[in-house]
Design a protein around this ligand. Structure first.
Ligand code: SAM
Length: 265
């Protein structure tokens, strides 16, 4: 009798954990951005890193090498989106917001682009594949392990000649960009690094004269995790004309969006 009770208890607990893992948690994190970040970035990433003895960017790179065609940027994007929607979430801009990013890049048709935050090179590949041959594109990443993966992803897409990946912190590089890379101003800046740096780096770009009349700033994740001080600044400053593109946090149904701000002076 005691064994039977133990058996039923264990089966009940196992079934409960399975339901939680298969349905309850996935449904909750699909609709709640904060929960999604805690679940995917803290819990699942730690579990997967421990189990596989590799990092998430390395697993993304393996998915690219296995499923994407060399020299075909769209297949690289597809391979990453497939991996991140079916296997493991990751902090790429993702396909839904990526389509908005593509349309802004095509509309601006920039000759000079700065990206803040490369991670594995997903958005870098999206942007670079749309640029005219003469364009100058700099992407900044301060994590050397992410930068190493991004270099390989960009090379797999065949875009290594169209992108200059620079390692280091944005606040260190922004004041040196003009001198080091011979760039006067940027036509387009994609802000997608840690959200607390959006505002200070924007003010730094203004001070360093990297923005001209008509320069476009496109900022990701303005809702989730959110960059309220930046959004307040670009929406209230007479120096910008700002527009919010409503969308969803990458690979989820939780609200997130991009803020496009045109520098007016
Ligand atoms: C959200 S991820 C970028 C995702 C990428 N843009 C994409 O869509 O594929 C943010 C990245 O910014 C980098 N980062 C954060 N703060 C930074 C800073 N101040 N300077 C340079 N890189 C930074 C992080 O290491 C991380 O790889």
């Amino acid at each position: 009798m005691m064994w039977l009770t133990l058996f039923y208890s264990c089966t009940g607990v196992a079934a409960l954990l399975y339901i939680l893992y298969r349905w309850v948690i996935p449904t909750a994190v699909q609709h709640h951005g904060g929960l999604a970040l805690i679940w995917h970035v803290i819990i699942v990433e730690w579990i997967m890193d421990t189990l596989t003895q590799s990092t998430r960017p390395q697993r993304i790179l393996s998915a690219v090498q296995k499923n994407a065609t060399r020299g075909d940027p769209r297949s690289v994007i597809r391979a990453i989106d497939q991996f991140c929607s079916q296997k493991e979430w990751a902090m790429n801009v993702g396909n839904e917001k990526g389509c908005i990013l593509d349309s802004v890049v095509s509309e601006v048709n920039p000759a000079t682009v700065l990206e803040l935050g490369t991670y594995c090179g997903y958005s870098t590949v999206r942007i670079a594949s749309l640029l005219p041959p003469y364009a100058k594109f700099i992407t900044l990443e301060f994590n050397p392990d992410f930068a190493a993966v991004a270099r390989q992803v960009i090379a797999w897409a065949g875009l290594e000649d169209k992108v200059q990946l620079v390692e280091g912190a944005s606040s260190d590089w922004i004041p040196k960009i003009k001198e080091q890379f011979g760039i006067k101003t940027f036509d387009l800046v994609f802000l997608d690094h840690w959200k607390e740096h959006y505002l200070s780096d924007t003010k730094l770009m203004e001070e360093c004269g990297l923005l001209r009349k008509g320069s476009v700033l496109l900022a990701d994740n303005v809702i989730c995790p959110g960059a309220p001080d930046y959004v307040e600044y670009v929406r209230s400053s007479p120096r910008y004309k700002s527009h919010y593109f409503r969308s969803h946090l990458e690979y989820t149904k939780a609200e997130d969006g991009l803020e496009k701000s045109v520098f007016l002076e």
